[in-house]
Design a protein around this ligand. Structure first.
Ligand SMILES: Nc1ncnc2c1ncn2[C@@H]1O[C@H](COP(=O)(O)OP(=O)(O)O)[C@@H](O)[C@H]1O
Ligand SMILES: [Mg+2]
Length: 336
């Protein structure tokens, strides 16, 4: 593909900073797909040809994925002179006030965050022809794709992942933010792994005031599924999301699987089995201490869950037992 190199004289960064968008009460749930669906309905994709300039000096390489509201592209940014990622509002959402408000919120949230395990933003232009947020490009599969392709993670992979995401969640809690969508599709297994997709993140006050279910059904905390019942929505909701995510990574499948067709059920207990059911069993070789920690993370009562920091502390003894050395033996290389 021929990339065009042009001089760019200015960068614009058009985000509504009035705060209105951030404090706006959300009165309806955005559609959040169960997974990183590719959204292949006609009119929902931009169908950019490689080389299309979506913004001054910002050229499309290829599509990476996305959910119901956004399409994500690998782009070349001439100004930064680097491969980046553009998270673009889908065509059928351009006139959707709520989608624009959500995107503005995500841009503002990302702007104030700086953490080694959370994707970094490099600005946004929400009034451009193709409204988008510019992100650093993370190399690697999402955890969801990785598990789908290679099966469950080993302890050597799982425990460091848990500590890294705990670090990101503790930082978000320190920032008085709740991610609300921690799940395997929102973790990129780069080195170190990164938490992505702050599209439905809320401040503590906004999260506590939610009265509609937002998140991804299979990984949502019970208090997120039926807001107003079962406890305040806050950082423990993210600990639940991480618990369900690690459970998926440790076992190869989501812990709370609902019956066929229950996704559209009016019965909350059918739609969200985590309200009433215990998670599917973990593999027999899972260390008992890890089972205990994961169980505590997916406790139905948010006040019974450990904080992200407490999870990290609880996992440290297991991390200390991990093999650290590769040695040459008569039978070949061994990890000790
Ligand atoms: N910074 C990034 N680097 C690499 N891939 C990314 C990045 N951000 C998103 N993606 C890819 O795009 C998908 C959708 O992005 P995400 O932010 O989760 O949007 P959505 O809100 O539509 O779910 C992710 O699951 C991942 O595969
Ligand atoms: Mg996502």
């Amino acid at each position: 593909m021929q990339l065009r190199f042009r001089r760019t004289s200015s960068r614009s960064d058009r985000i509504d900073r009035s705060g209105a968008a951030v404090s706006a009460r959300i009165d309806a749930a955005p559609e959040v797909p169960d997974a990183d669906a590719s959204g292949d309905d006609v009119g929902r994709r931009w169908n950019f040809e490689p080389g299309t300039e979506i913004y001054d000096g910002r050229t499309v390489f290829r599509a990476l994925g996305g959910g119901s509201a956004y399409e994500v592209f690998l782009v070349w940014d001439e100004w930064l002179h680097a491969l980046m990622v553009a998270k673009v509002l889908r065509p059928h959402r351009l006139d959707d006030e709520r989608a624009r408000r959500d995107m503005n919120r995500e841009a503002l949230v990302l702007e104030r965050l700086a953490h080694p395990m959370i994707v970094r933003s490099f600005g946004a232009d929400l009034s451009a022809e193709y409204p988008h947020i510019l992100l650093e490009h993370l190399e690697g599969d999402t955890l969801r794709r990785l598990v789908k392709r290679y099966g469950r993670l080993s302890l050597e992979q799982l425990l460091p992942l848990a500590l890294h995401v705990c670090s990101a969640l503790q930082y978000l809690a320190n920032q008085r933010l709740v991610h609300l969508d921690v799940k395997p599709a929102n973790i990129v297994m780069s080195a170190p792994p990164r938490l992505i997709d702050l599209s439905i993140a809320r401040s503590f006050d906004e999260a506590a005031a939610l009265r509609v279910a937002i998140g991804t059904d299979g990984y949502m905390a019970p208090e997120q599924c039926v807001p107003g019942e079962g406890g305040t929505i806050g950082p423990p909701a993210d600990v639940f999301g991480l618990g369900a995510t690690l459970w998926h990574a440790a076992s190869g499948t989501a812990p709370f699987r609902r019956d066929r067709g229950a996704g559209t059920s009016d019965d909350p207990a059918a739609r969200w089995p985590q309200l009433v059911r215990e998670p599917a069993p973990l593999p027999k070789d899972t260390p008992a201490h890890l089972v205990d920690v994961l169980r505590s993370m997916v406790a139905k009562d948010p006040s019974a869950r450990p904080s992200a920091n407490e999870v990290a502390l609880a996992l440290e003894p297991l991390v200390a037992e991990l093999p650290t050395k590769i040695v040459v033996t008569r039978r070949g290389l061994r990890v000790r």
